[in-house]
Design a protein around this ligand. Structure first.
Ligand code: ATP
Ligand code: MG
Length: 138
């Protein structure tokens, strides 16, 4: 069955305050789509980690938050994109515990574990696009 997009918000991310906006919007959409308490928390956490990565590693970018329906299931899709330096070694960055910012290096790997679909499109010098989807369980 085709996928339907029920709502779509695009939020520019240039400062820490924008990360809060992304986090709040992600939480609201997940709640509206009928995701359970744990799933809402998972979406909220992934939203703030991935938006924070834009600030920390690329300086600015944008996040798209969509309410989606596929095969009778409701979900939330979020796309985090920037035109920053890109990720040179993606498998290392996804393994966890690796950081170019002297941080814990758990944002990317932790976010991956929290969602149902996770995809990174990146190349050195070409920026980064992280797409995640979380589905409601019935
Ligand atoms: N949007 C991005 N652009 C460029 N590099 C990125 C981006 N997101 C992640 N990375 C790279 O992947 C590494 C791992 O990201 P991850 O979020 O797991 O850790 P971190 O941001 O360094 O630390 P933290 O645990 O505080 O999130 C980063 O250190 C950085 O090198
Ligand atoms: Mg991070």
């Amino acid at each position: 069955m085709a996928e339907r997009i029920l709502s779509r918000d695009e939020i520019p991310v240039t400062c820490e305050g924008d990360v809060v906006t992304v986090r709040r919007r992600a939480q609201a959409v997940a709640h509206e789509r009928g995701l359970g308490t744990f799933a809402v928390a998972a979406v909220t956490t992934a939203a703030s980690e991935l938006a924070r990565n834009i600030i920390a590693h690329a300086s600015d970018g944008a996040v798209i938050i969509e309410a989606v329906a596929r095969d009778g299931r409701n979900g939330v899709r979020m796309v985090f994109r920037d035109k920053g330096p890109g990720i040179a070694d993606l498998s290392r960055a996804l393994a966890g515990g690796f950081s170019t910012a002297k941080s814990l290096g758990l944002g990317l790997s932790g976010s991956k574990r929290l969602v149902d679909e996770f995809h990174v499109d990146t190349a050195p010098g070409a920026g980064t696009v992280v797409t995640v989807v979380k589905w409601a369980r019935y």
